[in-house]
Write a protein that binds this ligand. Structure first.
Ligand code: HEC
Ligand code: HEC
Length: 389
């Protein structure tokens, strides 16, 4: 064998070795790089969806137990709070939302605690932050935030833009010290300059732009295709008797569920007109405890959360104390605790109400809540993780 063939052979061996290495599940050989579609997904559709979905009016539903669903009450007061300005902006936001580089030690992204298959909530009472410490409260699901005016369990944030960097700089959640550290971390990744340029027209990376992109991606998350939404169109033809009975209870004066969980999101009212919860940032006290360790907004008042996708987002309440919907409903049924700040809708002559729901009623309410689950949100590719490794 002459020298040239030796070199050739050695060359082949080296190439073969490298090729084999590529087949090994070697994490380090896989670059940290988002895989994005050649054409942006359509995020702007949310603006049309919001406009088309909620048309005020009154619907008369009759299925034996006659109830009136006042559509103005359910779907009225629709106020769009944020806009999604372009598909490129939301695409950048998607990458940021899923990028663990937004945490101190590259271990946590927004999606660690807001999982798509759980309607962007977490399946544990308290979630782990970047250093293994637990969050103080239960991770919230992200539901049609474009229509929301207050955020967090205590209602302390009033815009998505304001909210977007709080988890990043939180010492338990993602642990970045300051916005300079954040911007430096993002500048170190090869894929960001192009993504920022696409979204903003030039490559400059700063924290305001980062917050805007995250908030617009989050604002694009929209779900209005539950079985309940379809029922509005076809007089609830596809619902079972049990689900309809639960719906009747939900909208009844007996339970008052819909007077708090109201509007398009089944959440605290968002309008500023005649809104009893305006002063408290959409929060109220539902008598979970006599004495509160966590005061929430104040005196045990917590946000009236959306019930869309609720079947997927347990455990429930601000501290994740209830594992399933039956336990939540039993709380309202016969376990409301007396408290000076207890919401008057849950009192009767000054004492906590008892609703006298039978076990069938409890099943029915839980079944009705199950009809609020979106058919697409959990699987839409445009909201999914672009980092494949
Ligand atoms: C370590 C877990 C964790 C991480 C990481 C995290 N969150 Fe959260 N998120 C929570 C918890 C817990 C709450 C409730 C906090 C509270 O009320 O005090 C929350 C609340 C929210 C809400 C409010 C929802 C509502 O309806 O009021 C939004 C929106 C949100 N997070 C978005 C994000 C974004 C965007 C990121 C990434 C930049 C992120 N979160 C990272 C745990 C986390
Ligand atoms: C007075 C207003 C009010 C009424 C009436 C009310 N709720 Fe709630 N609901 C709330 C508030 C506030 C919370 C959050 C409390 C907390 O975490 O401390 C909540 C939480 C929930 C949760 C858990 C949400 C989550 O994300 O963890 C469910 C489920 C729920 N309510 C269902 C119902 C049902 C069913 C009814 C009727 C039987 C009802 N609610 C009546 C205000 C109300």
């Amino acid at each position: 064998m002459n020298n040239i063939s030796k070199i050739f052979l050695i060359g082949l061996l080296i190439i073969g070795f490298i090729a084999c290495q590529d087949d090994l599940p070697n994490m380090q050989s896989v670059p940290h790089q988002p895989e994005l579609p050649a054409q942006h997904f359509d995020y702007m559709q949310v603006m049309d969806q919001v406009a088309e979905t909620f048309i005020p009016g009154t619907i008369d539903v009759d299925f034996g137990e006659e109830i009136f669903i006042n559509n103005e009450n359910i779907f009225g007061n629709v106020n769009v709070r944020t806009t999604v300005s372009s598909d490129a902006m939301a695409t950048l936001g998607r990458v940021l939302f899923y990028d663990n580089r937004l945490s101190k030690n590259n271990s946590i992204s927004c999606a660690s605690c807001h999982k798509q298959n759980k309607a962007f909530s977490d399946d544990v009472a308290l979630s782990q932050g970047f250093g293994g410490k637990l969050t103080k409260r239960n991770s919230m699901s992200i539901v049609n935030p474009i229509l929301n005016s207050t955020f967090f369990w205590d209602g302390r944030s009033s815009s998505l833009h304001d909210l977007a960097l709080r988890p990043v700089l939180d010492h338990i959640e993602m642990g970045i010290d300051n916005t300079t550290e954040l911007v430096n971390k993002l500048r170190a990744e090869s894929y960001y300059p192009d993504l920022f340029k696409d979204a903003f027209g030039d490559e400059r990376i700063d924290h305001n732009r980062t917050a805007q992109a995250i908030s617009e991606f989050v604002a694009s998350m929209f779900a209005h295709d539950s079985r309940f939404d379809e029922g509005i169109e076809n007089n609830f033809a596809e619902m079972s008797e049990l689900e309809k009975h639960g719906m009747a209870l939900f909208f009844s004066n007996e339970t008052q569920c819909s007077s708090c969980h109201s509007g398009p999101n089944f959440a605290s009212p968002t309008s500023s007109f005649n809104n009893p919860y305006e002063e408290t940032g959409g929060t109220t006290n539902i008598g979970l405890d006599v004495v509160y360790d966590d005061p929430g907004f104040s005196d045990g008042k917590f946000k009236i959360p959306s019930l869309r996708n609720i079947a997927l987002t347990g455990p429930y309440m601000h501290d994740g104390r209830f594992d399933d919907l039956h336990a939540v409903i039993e709380h309202y049924n016969n376990n409301i605790q007396p408290h000076t700040d207890l919401d008057s809708k849950l009192t009767n002559g000054g004492s906590p109400v008892t609703m006298s729901l039978t076990s069938l009623d409890v099943d029915a309410l839980a079944a009705f809540l199950g009809t609020l689950t979106s058919k697409s949100l959990m699987t839409e590719e445009r909201y999914s993780n672009p980092f494949k490794s």
